[in-house]
Design a protein around this ligand. Structure first.
Ligand SMILES: *Cc1c(COP(=O)(O)O)cnc(C)c1O
Length: 495
């Protein structure tokens, strides 16, 4: 029997995995969640002998049960190929007592590639299965990395168009140039005069607009999402946690009966939720350590059970985590209130009307798998500096937030078991902040001189993703206010 998915706001709604991928978000604004979290029956010893692609198949088939073996293997082999600059797809690097799980070896050098290189295949396969006639319009809000990864994944994919909204002044110079130079007739990029939360809220509003849906349908279009609200993004992200546990077991670092901790630099709560699903699959994961930057809404939530977005939005040097509404937390809330969609819908209603909600003591008791903390800008920068000076290994600002929080965790709890830190972006993507952390003298340098200098000091080749944009033409030049996003979409689609 197929595993079905329900909306977190109405669990009478039941859809298959492929339908959930096509829709992205449920009609009631809820997120799709599997009715049951499956268990992985393959042992770590067996998984340890498998390639990334083989592990991906074992994990994904449990969640995407209406895909045939042939379909799923077709998606996996086309996604995880030479687009990645390492055969292993994800690499583990040991430095200063932790294993850094490098998830940035894909086309756009951020972990978003792990899921967005497969999403276009999952989506077009889902469209075929469900006999969809319309072209699919991917609407995406980005805090910087999803945008480019989604553009790269969907560029020139037949039957799709992609429109990306990013905060005009809220991304790194390299991130912005990566997006604005994106080729492909079906790609559109819009800078909004606002922050990520406004972009995400605008996109969610369009998804929930039934009038707009009719207008689109009449013109031969329908929306879907490349954000981590789409289950088609979440499921592929579970794979690398399973893969890393299997590798560590295979290499003898993780022994029978032992567990490991996972540290995740968190924004929209997608990546860490994938780690939570991996734990529920039966992986030997103990604590899920949720690391925030100065936008520490999740740290506060794990401390006192109140989620409160009413606060100043801070622009930091880890912009992909500058988020006050962590969408995927809704999936955890649904689960810890006993899969009760009425309850979770009412929390989300409070969030949208009052900007906050407080969970019950009963629900709080179910959060013991999680530990939350945050790193200030100064601590993040010092963490990059210290690690580089101690080991020569250079990490990006987001990973540094996680590494700093990990140090705090060990200091507080004395728990120093084997730990995997999700390394979510290449330092080349945030060159300016990274180099400034290493030496203030770099402040006056040009962006691409910094790239070459980083390559020298880290002894790492400049990634192709950066070489490509060095001299690339800017091809996108649209900006709008957050309340004009729908007009921008209609203009692109000529409706
Ligand atoms: C998106 C992103 C994050 C945050 O991941 P979430 O799944 O949104 O929590 C962290 N680091 C980098 C580099 C990212 O691109």
């Amino acid at each position: 029997m197929d595993l079905l998915y329900s909306s977190t706001r109405n669990n009478k709604v039941k859809v298959t995995a492929s339908q959930a991928i096509l829709k992205g978000l449920a009609d009631d604004g809820g997120l799709f969640v599997p009715d049951e979290l499956p268990k992985l029956k393959v042992s770590l010893a067996e998984l340890g002998k498998m390639s990334y692609q083989e592990v991906a198949y074992e994990v994904m088939k449990l969640f995407l049960t209406d895909f045939t073996e042939e379909e799923l293997k077709y998606c996996i082999s086309n996604a995880y190929d030479e687009k990645f600059d390492t055969k292993n797809i994800a690499e583990l690097k040991e430095a200063d007592g932790a294993y850094f799980l490098e998830l940035f070896h894909g086309k756009t050098i951020a972990f978003k590639d792990m899921a967005l290189s497969i999403l276009p295949y999952l989506l077009t396969t889902s469209a075929k299965k469900n006999e969809v006639k319309n072209d699919i319009v991917i609407l995406t809000a980005t805090s910087g990395d999803t945008g480019k990864a989604a553009l790269a994944g969907f560029a020139d994919v037949k039957g799709t168009k992609i429109i990306v909204f990013y905060p005009k002044d809220g991304v790194s110079p390299i991130q912005e140039k990566q997006m604005l130079t994106q080729k492909g007739d079906n790609t559109h990029v819009v800078g909004i005069y606002g922050n990520f939360d406004q972009a995400q809220t605008g996109v969610k509003k369009m998804f929930a607009d039934r009038e707009l849906e009719k207008e689109l349908d009449a013109a031969g279009y329908q929306f879907s999402s490349a954000n981590s609200i789409n289950i088609g993004r979440l499921v592929p992200q579970i794979v690398y946690y399973v893969y890393s546990a299997a590798r560590l077991y295979h290499d003898g670092a993780l022994k029978d009966g032992e567990t490991m901790n996972v540290v995740v630099p968190t924004g929209n709560f997608g990546n860490i939720l994938a780690a939570y699903y991996a734990k529920n699959l039966g992986m030997p994961i103990d604590k899920l350590i949720c690391a925030s930057n100065e936008n520490k809404v999740l740290f506060d939530f794990f401390s006192n059970g109140t989620y409160d977005k009413n606060r100043e939005f801070i622009l930091t040097t880890s912009p992909s985590m500058d988020i006050l509404i962590s969408s995927n937390l809704e999936r955890l809330i649904y689960r810890i209130c006993g899969n009760d969609s009425e309850k979770s819908a009412s929390f989300m209603k409070e969030l949208s009307t009052d900007g906050n909600y407080t969970i019950t003591e009963e629900m709080k008791a179910q959060l013991s798998d999680f530990y939350g903390n945050f790193a200030t800008e100064e601590e993040t920068s010092k963490c990059i500096y210290d690690l580089y000076n101690k080991t020569g290994y250079v990490i990006d600002t987001h990973t540094a937030v996680a590494a700093d929080v990990y140090k705090k965790y060990v200091k507080e709890t004395k728990d120093n078991k084997l730990t995997v830190v999700a390394s979510t972006a290449s330092p080349f993507k945030f060159t300016r902040s990274v180099m400034n952390a290493i030496d203030a003298k770099y402040n006056s340098w040009d962006d691409f001189d910094l790239v070459d200098e980083l390559s020298k000091i880290a002894k790492v080749q400049v990634p192709d993703a950066i070489e490509e944009i060095r001299n690339a033409q800017i091809v996108h030049d649209t900006q709008c206010d957050p309340d004009k996003m729908e007009d921008a979409v209609k203009a692109f689609l000529n409706i």
